[in-house]
Design a protein. Structure first.
Ligand code: C2E
Ligand code: CA
Ligand code: CA
Length: 412
């Protein structure tokens, strides 16, 4: 049975048909050489019984390898005239008698494999011109296979990086304090995954990579599992990040069933499109009824979070760092934050500001009505032990007149 061809393979097949017809040979194929095996990736043949797409042969006893090594010429009009060619397995089965092979090189010069055609009869007319045509077709084939090769390399690299982490039960999960801006007491913490520093990638990038190779749900569930383990070690709620797609997996439901839901906040970001809000909401409904709170993450970051908010009626909205940081000195941001607070409170949601790095911003945010703050000013993400003893900072002094003045000025 021939596997279904990809669009790229179909393009290769068209090149092979051209080769086969132009050279008037019975078979043309593109092979990939992996060092030990020659894979006949795409095959156009007049005799499918003898040569099949997907077939594999030993690379070192193949015609192509002998040609790559220079032991045989690139064009062999009559195999029977060469004792070496006659000694190769393919001279007996499928009884090759004429052969043309050109290497397929990728843009970095590496060898991908070969672009070939052969016949079951000798063909004295095969010559340099045929080889020239095959070379042109081979370079066209190289351009077509290159993206697939690079994508496969990317996938392999990601998989081999992630496998040890998954094998180890998932990423390390740190906790970052979330603080009541009015009292300075910690009310909860956000669980944030940490991957090996050497990867040089933020966790959102790693999760996106994992999803791109089909490991995303597993990795997210492991991160949730690890975040949930922290519930026993710290007070307050634990906010856990999860993508809308992972929420829909049975594994996520099973996990949520085991948790003290009144201490869990799920943070949903809109980086990933929500395909069907009804399904998402229906999946979450029983857990929300049992106390689970829902936060919409990254509000104001430029994604369509407002729609997310309207549709999901979350318990918490989290203002993105890009609109919370610097609010003390930026009246436009202050106006935006003020409006979002009004909007959130009007729909019964609490507001957390992220990326609070300075006391000035904390003060300004409080004055604008933001309920909670999270950021380096209150504490960096760290191990749960760092949170175990709550060390609330003194309440942040609000200076409403100063902070609200620009807002009032703008609204005039
Ligand atoms: P996020 O949910 O918006 O998390 C907040 C990010 O801001 C974190 O980056 C945090 O370390 C950083 N941050 C906190 N306070 C400050 C501050 O004062 N200043 C600055 N400049 N940054 C601050 P991080 O840990 O690199 O995480 C990036 C994103 O990765 C998260 O954004 C979240 O979307 C995603 N992520 C992290 N852990 C998980 C996880 O376990 N599961 C899933 N699905 N996503 C995760
Ligand atoms: Ca988050
Ligand atoms: Ca966020």
């Amino acid at each position: 049975m021939r596997r279904k061809r990809s669009a790229a393979d179909q393009q290769i097949a068209d090149l092979l048909v051209t080769a086969k017809k132009s050279l008037d040979l019975s078979v043309a194929f593109l092979s990939r050489m992996d060092g030990t095996t020659q894979h006949l990736e795409v095959v156009e043949t007049s005799v499918p019984v003898l040569v099949q797409e997907g077939a594999k042969v030993h690379q070192d006893t193949s015609f192509c390898q002998a040609i790559l090594d220079g032991r045989l010429p690139a064009v062999i009009p009559d195999v029977e005239e060469s004792p070496l060619a006659m000694s190769l397995p393919a001279a007996r089965i499928p009884r090759i008698r004429s052969y043309v092979s050109t290497p397929v090189h990728l843009s970095d010069g590496s060898l991908y494999g070969t672009f070939c055609a052969f016949g079951f009869r000798s063909d004295k007319e095969l010559g340099k011109r045929d080889e020239a045509l095959m070379k042109v077709l081979a370079s066209a084939a190289a351009v077509i296979v290159e993206p697939e090769v690079r994508d496969q390399e990317r996938r392999t690299e990601i998989e081999s990086r992630l496998e040890p982490v998954v094998g180890d039960g998932g990423p390390v999960v740190l906790l970052q304090p979330i603080v009541d801006l009015a009292s300075g007491t910690r009310v909860g913490a956000e669980a944030l995954s940490r991957f090996p520093a050497g990867w040089g990638r933020t966790p959102d990038v790693v999760f996106a990579e994992a999803h791109s190779v089909g490991m995303g749900h597993a990795l997210e569930l492991q991160a949730l599992e690890r975040a949930a383990e922290h519930l026993d070690r710290v007070g307050g709620y634990v906010a856990m990040n999860v993508s809308p797609a992972t929420v829909l997996t049975p594994g996520c439901g099973a996990l949520l069933h085991r948790l003290p839901l009144d201490r869990v906040v799920l943070e949903l970001t809109e980086h990933d499109e929500v395909e069907d809000y009804d399904v998402l909401l229906a999946t979450l409904a029983p857990f929300r009824a049992a106390g689970l709170r829902l936060a919409i993450d990254d509000v104001g970051a430029g994604f369509s979070s407002l729609r997310h908010i309207v549709v999901t009626s979350p318990d918490v909205i989290k203002l993105d760092r890009s609109i919370a940081a610097g609010v003390a000195t930026d009246r436009v941001l202050a106006t935006l934050v003020g409006s979002l607070v009004t909007f959130a409170h009007g729909s019964g949601a609490r507001v957390v500001a992220e990326g609070v790095e300075t006391a000035e911003d904390a003060t300004a945010l409080r004055a604008l009505g933001v309920d909670y703050g999270q950021g380096w000013h209150f504490g960096r993400p760290g191990p749960p032990e760092a949170l175990a003893v709550p060390a609330p900072r003194p309440p942040v002094e609000a200076r409403p007149a100063e902070v609200l003045a620009p807002v009032a000025a703008l609204s005039r």
